[in-house]
Write a protein that binds this ligand. Structure first.
Ligand code: NI
Length: 136
């Protein structure tokens, strides 16, 4: 397994339905508590070991290096509180709307939804897989 992709690469679901969208919204809503559980009980030095799996440049900034993890958890909670309301406010037709992603070009709102469903699981798995590997 490639440790950078513990749950594999992102792929759009083969079939998109309202129920599948709802599942993605629930998964995104659960991300902050899953991250909290994933890092629970880790020491500062164990948390530093997680850095190689973070985005390289971001991890070099002073706040990423030195801020207590609770600051990041609170940030994640806040972003997801806002985000959850946004996702749940969308009507079925909104998911087909297009946007231009700076790296991926033209995509749909559905793509963004499923990408972020994957993204939360992806980062939580970085931590849980490393904990397994190190027996933390
Ligand atoms: Ni990421």
């Amino acid at each position: 397994m490639d440790p950078r992709y513990p749950i594999g690469n992102f792929a759009m679901p083969a079939q998109v339905s309202p129920a599948r969208r709802q599942q993605a919204i629930e998964e995104i809503a659960a991300t902050p508590s899953k991250m909290r559980a994933a890092v629970k009980g880790l020491s500062d030095s164990q948390l530093d070991t997680l850095k190689p799996y973070n985005e390289a440049a971001w991890a070099e900034l002073a706040d990423a290096k030195t801020a207590p993890i609770e600051a990041s958890q609170t940030l994640l909670d806040s972003v997801h509180t806002r985000w959850d309301r946004l996702w749940r406010s969308l009507k079925p037709e909104h998911f087909a709307r297009t946007l231009v992603h700076p790296e991926h070009g033209e995509r749909t709102v559905d793509w963004l939804l499923f990408l972020y469903e994957w993204h939360g699981k992806h980062h939580a798995a970085h931590i849980t897989e490393l904990r397994k590997q190190k027996s933390w």
